[in-house]
Design a protein around this ligand. Structure first.
Ligand code: LLP
Length: 406
């Protein structure tokens, strides 16, 4: 597993911008978008990038330029999408458990909303009559790479349970709203497409209740990418083909084209990202060496939060003898990036690259231990490095902390 960007170039960027640093590769994002566009062959297909995965404006600009819309979960994400030049009709809003004010913000911007609670439907009907909305259903199917990444279980907080479809139909019959879409999202890191097959059958069936007004069916995201060198990729070509065939038959039965939407986050940006980090020290303990890096789960939380495997490469000692290391962060609590990894010998001052850092890396970063968040650089399709977010300063971090001054 090598970085998508040559090691030499990453080392140059490390010098130029300082560490830690996120570096993304636009070509990889474009490649992932093209794969989906080729796999799904329905006449009306849309990718709506789930921008929670990596919300930086420059990334959204690139993804929108490649023909995708954007899926958002908060007023903040809607603002980022608008700032990136994405028109409201290419933005959707799929929140979970937010206050009505946040729906109001989305609706005022002309953004299409996905509704997953009945009181929200009633409220939108009262305040925004005749609006076209999408209903989010939970098909009640467990899928996803980690317990925390499964959102489709029976008792999940996400979506209206599919068993309530008749009840929702009875309610929408009394409202002025147009049900223009049906949505589902099963979870993240889903490596086998079998659970999707089962789930979208439920969702297609649910959509029949509003078939005269349905314009879009949204299958959510969650397509797995390989984190570990031995991980399987989801076979997106055969999956896309199967969904497309099923969907075409459905459209034929209905007698018109309906837009098929997918909402990937990880699939588009994960492999494009690299987190560069500097080794602040090493220690020999028994068989396994210990390498401390000057970043931590404040900047990249996936290993600690989901026990996620992220491959680590020693950029500055690529020919060094391979030895076994734990790689740990600088936070003052357990902060582990990797255990028992075979890596080219790590020395103080080396620069390591943590792979697959594009999705849920920067977007989940925090200021824990009062540390500023890193800069982000995008290598554009011509190979030019573009700074798309400067590093935070300590001043940025402290600005809102006003003590007893008022
Ligand atoms: N659509 C909806 C409604 C979602 O909630 C999500 C992700 C997606 C699409 C995109 O899922 P993806 O294609 O990225 O798997 N922080 C976790 C992932 C959380 C996913 C939350 N929802 C991680 O680092 O693995």
């Amino acid at each position: 597993m090598n970085p998508n960007i040559p090691g030499e170039q990453l080392l140059t960027l490390a010098k130029e911008y300082g560490l830690p640093l996120f570096v993304y590769d636009a070509q990889t994002i474009t490649r992932q978008i093209s794969k989906l566009q080729q796999a799904f062959t329905v006449p009306d297909f849309q990718i709506r990038y789930a921008c929670k995965a990596l919300t930086t404006v420059g990334i959204l600009q690139h993804i929108y330029a490649k023909g995708c819309g954007i899926d958002t979960v908060s007023a903040g994400e809607i603002q980022v999408a608008l700032k990136a030049g994405v028109p409201p009709e290419m933005i959707s809003f799929t929140p979970s458990g937010v206050l009505l004010q946040e729906y109001a913000y989305a609706l005022d911007q002309g953004v299409h909303v996905h509704v997953d609670q009945l009181h929200v439907l009633e409220w939108i009907d009262r305040h925004y009559p005749n609006t076209a909305i999408t209903l989010r259903f939970n098909p009640g199917i467990v899928a996803g790479g980690h317990l925390k990444l499964q959102v489709g279980a029976e008792d999940s907080k996400f979506g209206i349970h599919i068993s309530q479809v008749e009840k929702v139909k009875a309610l929408t019959n009394t409202l002025s709203l147009t049900v223009a879409g049906v949505h589902m999202h099963l979870g993240s890191d889903i490596g086998s497409s079998g659970s999707f097959d089962e789930a979208y059958e439920y969702v297609l069936n649910a959509s029949r209740h509003w078939i005269d007004t349905i314009e879009r069916i949204d299958l959510g995201g969650g397509f797995k990418i390989p984190y570990h060198p031995n991980d399987q990729r989801i076979d997106i070509m055969s999956f896309g083909q199967r969904v497309s065939d099923r969907f075409k038959a459905f459209c034929q039965e209905v007698g018109r084209d309906i837009t098929l939407i997918v909402e990937p986050g990880k699939y588009l940006v994960s492999e494009a990202g690299h987190l560069l980090m500097e080794v602040s020290g090493t220690r020999d303990i028994g068989q396994t060496g210990l390498a401390y890096v000057s970043t931590g789960f404040n900047h990249f939380v996936r290993p600690m939060n989901y026990d996620a495997y992220h491959h680590i490469v020693n950029l500055s000692n690529p020919q060094g003898e391979v030895a076994r290391f734990d790689v740990v962060g600088y936070l003052c609590e357990t902060d582990t990036f990797a255990l028992e990894r075979d890596i080219n010998t790590i020395r103080r001052g080396d620069i390591l690259c943590l792979m697959n850092a594009g999705a849920y890396g920067f977007s989940m970063a925090s200021n824990y231990n009062t540390r500023p968040r890193p800069a982000e650089v995008l290598i554009d399709e011509e190979g030019n490095a573009r700074l798309i977010r400067r590093a935070e300063t300590l001043g940025d971090v402290l600005r809102t902390d006003i003590g007893f001054s008022i």
